[in-house]
Design a protein around this ligand. Structure first.
Ligand SMILES: *Cc1c(COP(=O)(O)O)cnc(C)c1O
Length: 393
């Protein structure tokens, strides 16, 4: 589909950069050992990047393991993967009655309670092939995971039902590896995890495969990579936090000012209309914005219904001809007005960049709100799935 066709479907589009993704994967793989598997975390519609476009692109660069949150998201991978051997792992929600479907389709899933363990055994029995399971170990996150007193009995039960259960790995999740404030909590979690691995080794005769680290832990704690890392935010070109970035700069000799991660996503729209407004007139609803001079404004067909939040009223900006155009007035449901007084020759159809690069300038997610480090995740995943995503070089 050409850009022109897509514009007929939606007033904005998201372009994924193959070269940026390639650079991120190359960088991230350089931080982990060759023997460590790379799982691409694509929950939340691939952090807003769009699974239907992202999955085939990731496969092009050798990704063959995807981590998702739910059975519903796993179904998306089944649909959009090109490589039938690409593996799928559900880290969260799967109903007991969805387990048979998972077993049938060779989908791996986390187990963290006895009921689901029983359901997995039964599904394995019924379908005649073993359920592919990851045992989630409670190490201190206190969300989901088998508590310490259950480790031995769970391992024994899994061993006893080897015919119906294929133990792929033991796993856990750290409670905030992107902040040094959580350093001791994570060290303690890792100690607990190792304790569980020892018990598992005694029961099974060998240490099962293990995985624990997200982007932040992968980049900050190399000793915690184990056999697989689960990389979400960093593969899309965003740092989990400024601290993680600073740590990388210090520990890997990256030149200051040189960011080894490149944003994969550019979100674009176009100018719908332009007009002049006299000094002293109000723009848009109410009296939120008064023209302080004779102003030229452009309307852009993007609003809070598309994930461009009302909190950007009078504070957000977009790029037009590589220049910053400030939002003037309220963000509407599907429209904004921006100040183009100082950007000459802007006409209807002119490209507008909401996130990403244009002519040497960049809008980061930070400009979408007062930046707190975690907001990246939230803003990305709130971008509606209905916006078309296309892959470009
Ligand atoms: C989301 C998630 C990840 C990936 O986290 P990032 O910070 O995006 O790298 C890894 N593991 C689990 C269990 C997750 O839920």
């Amino acid at each position: 589909m050409s850009h022109q066709d897509l514009y007929k479907i939606q007033p904005s589009q998201i372009v994924l950069s193959r070269s940026a993704f390639k650079q991120n994967i190359t960088f991230l793989k350089s931080r982990i050992d060759k023997s460590v598997k790379f799982s691409s975390v694509i929950k939340g519609n691939a952090y807003g990047h769009g699974v239907s476009s992202f999955i085939p692109m990731a496969e092009e660069f050798g990704i063959d393991h995807f981590s998702v949150f739910s059975a519903y998201e796993a179904e998306g991978v089944l649909k959009f993967r090109n490589n039938p051997d690409t593996r799928i792992m559900v880290m969260g929600m799967i109903r007991d009655d969805e387990i048979e479907w998972a077993v049938e389709n060779d989908i791996e899933f986390y187990l963290f309670d006895m009921a689901r363990l029983e359901a997995a055994i039964n599904a394995g029995k019924k379908i005649g092939k073993p359920a592919r399971i990851h045992l989630q170990i409670e190490t201190g996150m206190n969300r989901t995971g088998f508590e310490e007193q259950l480790w031995q009995p769970v391992f024994d039960l899994v061993k006893k039902n080897r015919e119906h259960l294929k133990l792929i790995g033991l796993c856990t999740h750290f409670a905030g590896a992107e902040s040094v404030a959580n350093y001791y909590r994570i060290q303690n979690q890792n100690k607990q995890f190792q304790k569980a691995l020892k018990i598992a080794e005694m029961v099974f005769g060998e240490r099962p495969l293990a995985h624990a680290s997200s982007s932040a832990a992968t980049l900050t704690y190399p000793e915690m990579h184990y056999d697989m890392v689960r990389i979400g935010i960093a593969q899309y070109g965003f740092w989990p936090s400024r601290e993680t970035f600073m740590h990388q700069i210090k520990s890997s000799g990256i030149k200051r000012g040189k960011d080894p991660l490149k944003r994969v996503m550019t979100w674009k729209s176009e100018v719908m209309n332009t007009k002049w407004v006299n000094e002293g007139e109000f723009i848009g609803y109410g009296n939120v914005y008064m023209a302080g001079r004779n102003m030229q404004i452009a309307t852009v067909p993007i609003g809070y219904s598309h994930g461009f939040g009302r909190n950007l009223t009078n504070t957000g900006y977009v790029l037009i001809k590589g220049e910053r155009a400030n939002v003037a007035g309220l963000v509407n449901m599907n429209m904004i007005t921006v100040d183009i007084t100082d950007i000459p020759n802007v006409g209807k159809g002119e490209e507008v960049v909401l996130i990403g690069h244009q002519m040497g300038n960049e809008i980061t997610l930070a400009s979408f709100s007062e930046m707190t480090n975690h907001l990246n995740y939230e803003i990305l995943t709130r971008i509606p799935a209905s916006i078309p995503r296309i892959v470009a070089n």
